[in-house]
Design a binder for this molecule. Structure first.
Ligand code: BGC
Length: 851
């Protein structure tokens, strides 16, 4: 490939002490990610012994998901290995061998089916088709493993580029799975159903009958060993769900997965906000999670200081084992002009480890302003007068009223600009249109619960001050630097670096400095004091090519088998014409003899996003990000393309495993902690990237699908987590999303990038585009929407086009020189973006290990 290998910082190829240390840390974190959904007290086990192990994830255990959040590791422990390492004698080797055969047979059929689909649907949908996950097959294998204890590991793979399928073997259980799980429940004295997934399945066919269910999730590289720790009670699960688990038909109210326009008609009623408001009981509530012990919660006092509300809660371990509990504080906001969900999460806190009998106190607090809703007509955030009912509990389905705050007058907490554009529908409200509103048991007392007078705190409008805004200026020195540059150099500053004339904008191709990284900013100005900044994914740990060689032509990646890619060798699935076209586009995929010394880049796979959020533990999240931060320094990466915090709007979204929650508060708090862990861990100066801004809630037709969202839902649900993370943690980078918002690409919307992010939230960092799309769109005419393009993106304040390529560069330069009249760019517009990129490079090189 003729890659130039630029000097790398902080790297020491032989030192690998960090690997064992990070693996151990990830093993210790994993149990906090796990959610014990049901328990009849049969677990944990006292000691290892004979065990009958079944299920798709027993040997094919998943440590994480597929796509840019996948991490290439040297090895990881499967459930089978974890149990063996812990001393269990597994009696079902025959079952796992037979399952492997069934899986391979199914894959042959799946490949044949896919080949047909690709031939019909052609190049345009190639990546989407190649990303489809094979649903679990049906089979019959006898369940005759010996032992008193059986464990069934049900796994589901999700990934980027395509959404999940609403079929048995993906979102639904197969007949085989239902049959086997129910039989095992009958057959063994002790049975545990283990869910090795970071997404939702419709568990309704088995959830009631099975006594013990553990959501193992996808907690990273030590998944199998950590599971054995939990099974033996050497560690305990203390996670809670961050999404509502319901049966399939209960999600029917959501429009999802349209290729052109997907209408978010449900407005703010996402997840528990919907289920609790219409009184639909899900399979498992948002926030639910048991442990190996029990807790009692007592709210000792509710108080107010100015507009901050505090609840002092005492938590006592009333069981016989150690554990940690998460206390959740919800608020029922009174309805007035605006409708409101039955309750909204306002604060949460997790205890330290509590021994049996031990008691501790937690202070939960939130500001009244954080409960304000967007009034899109008034262009303001408002709090309406009335009674705000505080509910404390340990899941959205188990709360008790602990106080009331009465607001005496309506308050405008913030004046807003108009953002996001128009929709052609009105947002759904409970009781309107669909006939869905069967007044919920819990919502009966909404806002008018019988609370003793003494517990009501009155709060006057004078307690509030309207938010003051400071619009951040672009760094004046960086601006002065770019002003002196010719147009060509300005354009280079706004695109990722790429390898010369023939170069395509492809991720692996663009990794000049670190093999398999996700590209970098331009290196043309190194001798003028602006270093190139190196970017890498991702959301579950650093994603680099694990092995690479160096020969006289430069560095080159060495391909290894990826256990998550069931379509190894995709070329065999393509019609001949397509292979030719692809080969012409990507010359480097032709095999070429390379040799030379081989190097390793071993990164740690940390828990996936959903698993991390399920800890509800911001300190743990910070420590987890610190692992990634240390590896960034080790390999010379300055910008991490994470955290991913889109809202888990619908269970079929392929990337939900990367994301944190259906709730914006938990998404924002977890993301803020992650950003802190990346940016503030001592040792180097690094940037975290919030992505994907915004409403990137499906992967079907991901480059051209438009999320149609009303302004209230946009701000109060989809933007809120980003806002929290921007305000609390000041990330240095944000990535715009592939999708359009109300018919216009997010990267091309100044109202999002300049008005909302910078003017309203005071965001000071840079914005980059998402990857591999843009300027040469062969299918623009055939689709309702084209892909996003560089010139209009730069015009809107999207500072950097990634990963970069000739087409990006030319698009910007032409627009700047008046050769593209549709998107004419002024010097000032490009200078502003270029200066933000220079400012990032300066900031990162200031303290980087290279200095
Ligand atoms: C994904 C991003 C990722 C980027 C670089 C894109 O396809 O949407 O999340 O950071 O690739 O790998």
């Amino acid at each position: 490939m003729g890659q130039e290998k630029r000097e790398r910082s902080g790297e020491n190829q032989t030192e690998c002490g960090y690997e064992a240390e990070h693996l151990q840390k990830v093993r210790e974190m994993a149990p906090e990610c796990m959610v014990l959904l049901k328990s009849d007290g049969s677990f944990p086990l006292e000691e290892p012994g004979k065990i009958a192990l079944y299920g798709s994830g027993a040997r094919r255990t998943l440590k994480g998901g597929r796509g840019s959040a996948d991490v290439y590791v040297k090895s990881y422990s499967t459930v089978e290995q974890g149990l063996e390492n812990a001393g269990f004698r597994i009696t079902t080797g025959y079952w796992m061998d037979a399952y492997e055969e069934e899986w391979k047979k199914a894959r042959v059929n799946f490949r044949a089916w896919l080949k047909g689909k690709i031939a019909v649907e052609g190049m345009e949908r190639l990546m989407e088709n190649l990303s489809i996950v094979m649903p679990e097959p049906e089979y019959e294998i006898p369940l005759t493993g010996k032992g008193e204890t059986a464990v069934y590991v049900l796994s589901r793979l999700c990934g980027e580029g395509v959404d999940r399928q609403d079929v048995p073997g993906d979102f639904l259980l197969t007949q085989t799975e239902i049959r086997d799980i129910l039989r095992l429940q009958e057959q063994y004295p002790r049975f545990l159903l283990v869910l090795n997934m970071a997404c939702i399945v419709d568990l309704s066919p088995v959830a009631e009958k099975v006594g013990n269910i553990l959501l193992l999730s996808q907690p990273g590289q030590a998944v199998g060993d950590a599971f054995a720790d939990v099974l033996l009670g050497r560690a305990y699960p203390s996670g809670k769900l961050t999404a509502t688990w319901a049966k399939r038909e209960d999600y029917g109210f959501l429009e999802f997965g349209q290729r052109d326009d997907t209408r978010y008609r449900e407005g703010i009623y996402v997840g528990y906000r919907y289920f609790d408001s219409v009184g639909k009981k899900p399979v498992f509530h948002f926030g639910h999670g048991l442990g190996y012990t029990d807790f009692s919660l007592t709210c000792k006092a509710v108080s107010r200081e100015s507009t901050e509300i505090r609840a002092l809660v005492s938590v006592k371990n009333t069981g016989s084992r150690k554990g940690k509990e998460v206390v959740q504080l919800y608020v029922s906001v009174p309805e007035g002009k605006l409708d409101q969900p039955m309750q909204t999460l306002a604060a949460f806190a997790k205890t330290k480890e509590l021994a049996p009998g031990e008691e501790t106190e937690l202070m939960l607090s939130f500001s009244m302003e954080s409960l304000a809703s967007t009034d899109a007509v008034l262009h303001a955030k408002i709090l309406e007068e009335g009674r705000y009912v505080l509910r404390m509990g340990n899941s959205s389905g188990n709360t008790q009223v602990v106080g009331v705050v009465e607001l005496l007058e309506k308050v405008i907490t913030e004046k807003l600009f108009s953002v996001g554009g128009e929709t052609d529908f009105d947002d759904w409200k409970p009781g309107v249109g669909s006939g869905e509103y069967e007044s919920a048991e819990q919502s009966a007392d909404k806002g008018k619960a019988e609370i003793p007078e003494t517990e009501t705190m009155r709060i006057p409008a004078s307690a509030f001050r309207q938010a003051v805004r400071e619009v951040p200026a672009v760094n004046p020195d960086a601006l002065a630097f770019v002003k002196s540059l010719p147009d060509e150099e300005l354009a280079y500053l706004c695109t990722g670096d790429y390898l010369g004339e023939g170069s395509q904008n492809v991720i692996g191709d663009s990794a000049i400095t670190v093999v398999g990284a996700a590209g970098e900013t331009t290196g043309r100005f190194r001798d003028r004091g602006v270093r190139n900044v190196v970017f890498a994914d991702g959301a579950s740990g650093l994603r680099l090519t694990r092995l690479y060689g160096i020969d006289e032509k430069g560095t080159y990646p060495i391909k290894e088998d990826n256990p998550l890619m069931e379509i190894e060798n995709p070329m065999e699935l393509l019609p001949e014409a397509m292979v030719k076209a692809l080969t012409a586009m990507l010359p480097e995929i032709q095999p070429e003899e390379r040799h030379g010394e081989i190097h390793e880049q071993n990164c740690t796979a940390v828990p996936v996003g959903t698993a991390l959020a399920q800890t509800w533990n911001v300190n743990l999240v910070r420590e987890c990000a610190a692992i990634v931060a240390e590896e960034m320094d080790h390999f010379g990466i300055q910008v991490l393309l994470a955290p991913s915090l889109n809202i888990q709007r619908h269970p079929l979204c392929g990337r939900n495993f990367e994301y944190y929650s259906e709730d914006p508060l938990i998404s924002g708090k977890i993301a803020a902690a992650y950003v802190d862990g990346i940016q503030k861990t001592p040792g180097g100066k690094r940037a975290a990237t919030l992505k994907h801004f915004i409403c990137n809630n499906q992967d079907t037709n991901r480059f051209r699908t438009s999320s149609m969202v009303g302004e209230r839902a946009l701000r109060d649900i989809y933007a809120r987590g980003f806002e929290i993370a921007v305000r609390e943690a000041a990330p240095r980078c944000i990535m715009s999303s592939y999708n359009l918002l109300n018919g216009v690409h997010t990267s091309e919307r100044p109202d999002l990038l300049e008005t909302l992010l910078r003017r309203e939230w005071g965001y000071q960092g840079m914005v980059m585009s998402d990857y591999m799309t843009g300027d040469k769109d062969a299918y623009a005419e055939k689709n309702k929407y084209r892909k996003f393009a560089s010139a209009p993106s730069v015009k809107a304040g999207n500072d950097l086009m990634m990963p970069g390529g000739k087409a990006h560069y030319e698009n910007i330069l032409n627009a700047l020189q008046g050769k593209d009249n549709e998107y004419a760019l002024t010097r000032q517009e490009v200078e502003k973006c270029a200066a933000r990129n220079v400012a990032l490079a300066w900031e990162l090189q200031e303290l980087s290990p290279e200095n």
